[in-house]
Each structure stands twice: as structure tokens, then as C-alpha cells.
Ligand binder design. Structure first.
Ligand code: SF4
Length: 81
């Protein structure tokens, strides 16, 4: 896969590049900052049912929910988790 331009918008990259961006972002986070896999999965199940979820981002705060949900300090702006 080619390198992603730092100055591109998400609309300029492919679906595969977008997914890779999330996966690489998660891998770059320090282990001590991450929740357990169970906690992350629980949070994401709540996001999955939320009307604010839009293609992996939260319309309430603009974050990538898979990254926010993986962080110990991550919070839902609507306090759903
Ligand atoms: S972070 Fe909260 S408001 Fe945003 S999509 Fe998840 S549950 Fe909904």
C-alpha cells in the first residue's frame, strides 16, 4: 500500500486506506493508555446502536469512535459509556 498524504482529506483516500489509517492509529497508541479488549468491544456496541455514529466517526465530537473507545481516557460526549 502506498503512503498516505498527510495533507489529504479522508474523501481523497480509498476505503482501504481509511481502514488502514484507523488500524495504524490504534497500533501507535501506548499499551498503558488502552482499555481491555472487552471494554472496547462493549463501548463500540453502544456506538453501533447510536444515532450519532456515522461511518466510523461520532457526529457529536468528530472522533474516530474505534480509537476513542480503545482509550482509557476516552469518553462518550453523551455519556453513553
Ligand atoms: S461516542 Fe457516544 S455519541 Fe458518539 S457514537 Fe459513540 S455512543 Fe454515540
Amino acid at each position: 500500500m502506498g503512503k498516505i498524504c498527510r495533507r489529504c482529506l479522508l474523501q481523497d483516500i480509498s476505503r482501504e486506506q481509511y481502514e488502514d489509517l484507523i488500524v495504524r492509529g490504534l497500533k501507535a497508541l501506548p499499551e498503558e493508555d488502552l482499555t481491555s479488549g472487552d471494554e472496547t468491544a462493549k463501548r463500540l456496541e453502544i456506538c453501533r446502536k447510536c444515532e450519532k455514529l456515522n461511518e466510523g466517526t461520532c457526529l457529536a465530537c468528530g472522533c474516530f469512535v474505534e480509537i476513542r473507545a480503545a482509550l482509557k481516557k476516552g469518553v462518550c460526549p453523551y455519556k453513553k459509556w
